[in-house]
Design a protein around this ligand. Structure first.
Ligand code: NAD
Length: 476
């Protein structure tokens, strides 16, 4: 592996303490690379670099910033194969998933190249005073970005691109399981024209102390986090001390509802995407399946057929559909959810057994007759397990779907559009997939309500997360 040091001020450095940690290939359990671990003094060096770089970057015209981002999209798109290889090596996901992620990740640079020139303000007459109300958006300041392991490229670019479009400098702390993809992106950004110091990458095995230190530096104004709700809560506490602008993309517990009038082939195709994209290691993964009792047998048979047909193996093999989970903990947690559901009466329709290693594999698994008190109904499974329950009453299924502290995404399948839209509006979720198993799109505002998060990424809203609104009351 070529890029394994810290990236500060446009240079590769081993870090003040010269400490390192290992990154593993989850398909083989072998060490892939030894990566530099950032310490507090490295964070200070990155903050100094970001401060210096931002002054010039924020003063550039929006068009100049846009062109750098556009170039980053072109360069990354030309190297999707390389990025997909890195993603599969450190995260495990199958090649097709990794190619999909690399393309999705690159697309944020194109989308925010287009948004960089659209930070619209406004001017209007104050209704009573006769003053003019002038509103403009300005870069908020240095942003600390903390990302998870499930999308090593896309969760980073979804933050870096809008921050740069807005005129901010960033320091990114990638997940310790998967720092290599983000490090490999840095030469691409350099070639695109991103100046030294504007984007800094600090992998670390002391994430808590490192991030907490940066969130208490007065130069930092934004914290943008994607990860679990538990860690998000901690960062919100830290952010409170300096009243930082928080953007939180947290956990989910997505319901997938199949009504009796759904096109079942469409529902199965959507369910496969919603459950198996990224082998279920996605905040958007369908976690709870509610299928109307009149179509439950037919839906389950078709869905089990599709799940059973998937090939499990090393994601680097292009014929493989499902790679390993990211580590032993994640795999064991998935196995424990299945054991708990079975102990509470669930029937294993397919899968359900952990294979021998090496590699953290778990087969695509469908459970039917899952009881309401099974743990997987209340917690994120984060693996290739679908837990099916049935329903007969629309009001009852809406109540069950909303009965969670999470509110990221829900999926609804029905061919009765009037009913489907009525149900969508009643769902307490930031996003709904209607007759679709995929909602992620750089052009759309991605994010959750309740304990799934604060703020939105992508769309027009994504860049505003890195901007402050200034209002000038003027007379002339
Ligand atoms: P995690 O919360 O364990 O870790 C996320 C990041 O936070 C990592 O970089 C980690 O090193 C860092 N971190 C951990 N403890 C920290 C601390 N005390 N202070 C600062 N940083 C800390 O999450 P994960 O296991 O990497 O990812 C899985 C979770 O992410 C799931 O809950 C999933 O739903 C969520 N997720 C959400 C979205 C979304 O857009 N809503 C997208 C992807 C993943």
């Amino acid at each position: 592996m070529e890029f394994t040091d810290l990236y500060i001020n446009g240079t590769w450095v081993p870090g003040a303490a010269k400490d390192r940690f290992d990154v593993f290939n989850p398909a083989t359990e072998k060490v892939l690379a030894s990566v530099a671990s950032a310490e507090i003094s490295d964070a200070d060096a990155a903050l100094n670099a970001a401060e210096a770089a931002m002054a010039d970057w924020a003063a550039r015209t929006p068009r100049a910033r846009s062109e750098v981002l556009r170039k980053a999209w072109e360069l990354m798109t030309a190297r999707l194969e390389d990025f997909a290889r890195y993603i599969t090596l450190e995260n495990g996901k199958a090649r097709a998933d990794a190619m999909g992620e690399a393309a999705y990740a690159a697309e944020f640079f194109r989308w925010f190249a287009e948004e960089a020139v659209r930070a619209d303000g406004m001017i209007t007459h104050a209704p009573a005073s006769g003053a003019r109300i002038m509103v403009q958006h300005k870069p908020a300041g240095i942003a600390v970005l903390v990302t998870p392991w499930n999308y090593p490229a896309a969760m980073g670019t979804r933050k870096i691109a809008p921050a740069l479009a807005a005129g901010c400098a960033v320091i990114i702390k990638p997940a310790s399981e998967t720092p290599l993809t983000m490090l490999a992106l840095m030469p691409v950004l350099e070639e695109a024209g991103v100046p030294a110091g504007l984007v800094n990458v600090l992998p670390s095995k002391r994430s808590g102390a490192l991030v907490d230190h940066m969130l208490h530096d007065p130069r930092v104004r934004v914290v943008s986090f994607t990860g679990s709700t538990g860690v998000g809560r901690k960062l919100l506490h830290s952010a409170a001390d300096q009243v930082l602008k928080p953007a939180m993309e947290l956990g989910g517990n997505a319901p997938l509802i199949v009504f009796e009038d759904a096109d079942l082939d469409v529902a199965v195709e959507g369910a496969m995407l919603a459950k198996m994209r990224n082998l279920g290691e996605a905040c958007t993964a369908a976690n709870r399946f509610y299928v109307h009792e009149d179509v439950a047998a037919e839906f389950t048979a078709k869905f089990v057929g599709a799940m059973s047909a998937l090939k499990v193996g090393d994601g680097a093999d292009p014929s493989v559909d499902v790679g390993p989970l990211v580590n032993a903990d994640t795999r064991d947690k998935v196995a424990a959810f299945v054991a708990d559901a079975v102990a509470k009466g669930a029937k294993v329709e397919c899968g359900g057994t952990t294979p021998d290693g090496p590699g953290f594999f778990y087969p695509p698994t469908v459970l039917s007759n899952v009881s309401q008190d099974a743990e997987c109904v209340h917690d994120e499974i984060f693996g290739p397990v679908a837990a099916i329950q049935t329903f007969s009453d629309q009001e009852d299924v809406i109540r069950r779907a909303n009965d969670t502290e999470y509110g990221l995404v829900a999926y609804v399948f029905s061919d009765d559009m009037k009913r489907a839209l009525q149900v969508c509006e009643r769902l307490e979720y930031g996003m709904v997939g209607l007759n679709r198993g995929l909602v992620s799109d750089p052009a759309a505002p991605f994010g959750g309500v309740k304990q799934s998060g604060l703020g939105r990424e992508g769309g027009h809203e994504g860049m505003l997360e890195f901007m402050e609104t200034q209002y000038i009351s003027a007379s002339w």
